[in-house]
Design a protein around this ligand. Structure first.
Ligand code: HEM
Length: 532
């Protein structure tokens, strides 16, 4: 304080208490302004074009109405590599498919993580989506074999049982002759599948909405941050992050505790059961994985490699790399999964598998109801299928080639994950592009899915875009519904299996018809409307 008095005297300012207060306030405001704008030089320094940011919030307000349209406009104005500031965080948007191949696959070791979820708590922090570096590698290497073709086959009876409940519920609606919201029914269906395969719990969420599992899962999806509080988090992340865990949140704690205790209880029960009486579900696969021999290495993480044969032989491009850190990455990881991590992975089924799968089913039905010729072809294929098979399973659903094209085109038009991210670990140069340490790298899958350079008449539903020939002639990194590379969607096979089993049963029995309440879709922006 004395120093401040001396300082003011130097300028011939009479050091009264009000002038001291005024000076302190001035210094505080100057520092605050500096704090609010100092991160905003990074993108320009790296030659990345971006809109003008505003103090504290950067370009956050561009996205008031959702991300898809503003992002597409940003890319169209500034080019395939451009940026923005999400609060104080620099984000580099990469819409160049060659560059994406580097980021997601070739130079994966520079981008192994998503952006840090600074405000997340347990069990969210323990799930694959959020895990980082070595911990992510270890858990993913244990989880990957649980999603192999062989393990998927074990899930089929569980999925078929839940599908029967869905068919019963659809039948009730069909017999009533009244219009109904089929997306809601698919929501109940995917919730029941998750309860069954990940939480070892048989529920009928449509008819028993008071079931504790359903009640707590729904709490998660209606969970929202108090908005003004969220603004504080964005403007002052360093101050708010440590405080986040101390801010009381009764709903969040109630929900987390429910899932944590349920899983702990089931794990205890399983340990007391003789092995041959244990239910074959994901929870059991994870428990078995703790003592089993199967364990994948980095080369085997990418589920889009199609088939377990890729597991045996690393990709040629990977073999070229003799870097010692890379070889360490490829080595099978040490096995061990804590109880917290097992709870975290069961939780990810809910987080990553519920809305993604139900919205894909809903949009597939919407597109088929509004494209009668495609509807007829799907039904013909399904009828043909059931003349050969009694019931769908992991192997025979691969015969439903046209349905596969329909689902692929649905995921192009309505990708549930239409933007996802990687973190730039260190300052680096990727395919000639300089990237700043600490920036988030955004992968705008939705923009690429509608890029007329790769998809003529992108707004139109044309399943023939996914014939084997058409796929072979297109850049693979312009279609990313499940991401790509070692960090892609580990649940892809499960999602595809669940979707095809449900659609096969559905189109065997029913026609889907649009009604006056059917909302006319307007592309991806539809996914961003909470009521969609
Ligand atoms: C149609 C359904 C689904 C879609 C479209 C979808 C899409 C995605 C996308 C785009 C990503 C990010 C990929 C990347 O960063 O490269 C992802 C990650 C992930 N998904 Fe899915 N997903 C679906 C269903 C599921 C299901 C059923 C599960 C259940 C286990 C699941 C579990 C995960 C997990 C654990 C990750 C994080 C993987 C990691 O970081 O290692 N997803 N998903």
């Amino acid at each position: 304080m004395e120093t401040l008095f001396d300082f003011l005297t130097m300028f011939n300012v009479k050091a009264s208490s009000s002038s001291v207060t005024f000076s302190l306030l001035l210094i505080f405001l100057v520092l605050l302004y500096w704090y609010s704008v100092y991160p905003f030089s990074v993108l320009s320094r790296y030659g990345i074009k971006h809109p003008k940011p505003v103090p504290f919030f950067g370009n956050l307000f561009l996205f008031r109405e959702g991300f898809f349209k503003p992002l597409s406009d940003l890319i169209k104005t500034n080019g395939r590599v451009c940026g923005y500031y999400l609060g104080r965080k620099p984000v580099v948007v990469v819409a160049d498919p060659d560059l994406l191949r580097h980021v997601m696959v070739k130079d994966f070791s520079s981008f192994p993580n998503r952006m840090t979820l600074r405000f997340a708590t347990k069990p969210m922090v323990d799930c694959l989506l959020a895990l980082r570096n070595e911990q992510w590698k270890r858990v993913r290497s244990i989880m990957t074999p649980s999603f192999s073709a062989a393990k998927m086959k074990e899930m089929v009876p569980l999925i078929n049982t839940v599908t029967e409940v869905l068919m019963k519920n659809l039948n009730t609606h069909a017999e009533s002759g009244q219009a109904f919201d089929i997306h809601r029914c698919f929501g109940f269906f995917t919730m029941d599948v998750i309860a069954s395969v990940a939480f070892a719990t048989q529920v009928d969420s449509q008819n028993k909405p008071d079931d504790p599992f359903v009640h707590h899962a729904q709490m998660f999806f209606t969970f929202s941050f108090f908005r003004p509080m969220m603004m504080f988090f964005i403007a002052f992340p360093s101050i708010m992050a440590p405080l986040a865990r101390f801010i009381p949140n009764k709903r969040r704690d109630q929900m987390s505790n429910f899932f944590i205790h349920s899983i702990q209880k089931i794990i205890k029960q399983r340990e007391e059961q003789p092995p041959d009486q244990r239910r074959r579900d994901f929870l059991q696969l994870m428990l078995d994985a703790r003592t089993g021999k199967e364990c994948a290495s980095l080369d085997q993480f990418d589920t889009s490699n199609h088939g377990d044969e890729a597991v045996a032989s690393p990709k040629p491009s990977d073999q070229d790399n003799s870097h010692s850190e890379e070889s360490a990455l490829r080595r099978p990881q040490k096995k061990m999964m804590t109880e917290d991590e097992i709870v975290g992975q069961a939780f990810i089924f809910l987080l990553a598998g519920y809305e993604t799968t139900s919205s894909t089913l809903g949009f597939t039905c919407y597109l088929l109801a509004t494209h009668p010729e495609c509807h007829r072809r799907v039904q013909q294929e399904v009828d043909d299928f059931f003349s050969r098979h009694e019931s769908p399973d992991y192997t025979n659903v691969q015969e439903l080639k046209y349905m596969d094209m329909v689902v692929s085109e649905t995921l192009r038009l309505y990708p549930p994950g239409f933007r996802f991210a990687r973190e730039v670990e260190e300052d680096c140069v990727v395919n000639g592009l300089r990237l700043p340490k600490g920036a988030t790298l955004e992968i705008p899958a939705g923009f690429l899915h509608y890029d007329p350079e790769y998809w003529p008449e992108p707004e139109k539903f044309i399943p023939e875009r996914f014939t084997p020939e058409a796929k072979a002639n297109r850049h693979p990194f312009v279609y990313l519904p499940f991401g790509s590379g070692p960090r892609n969607c580990v649940g892809m096979r499960l999602a595809q299996l669940e979707i095809k089993i449900a659609l096969a049963h559905l189109f065997r029995r029913f026609n889907v018809v649009a009604c006056s309440e059917t909302k006319v879709s307007s592309g991806i922006s539809f996914l961003e409307q909470p009521s969609a």
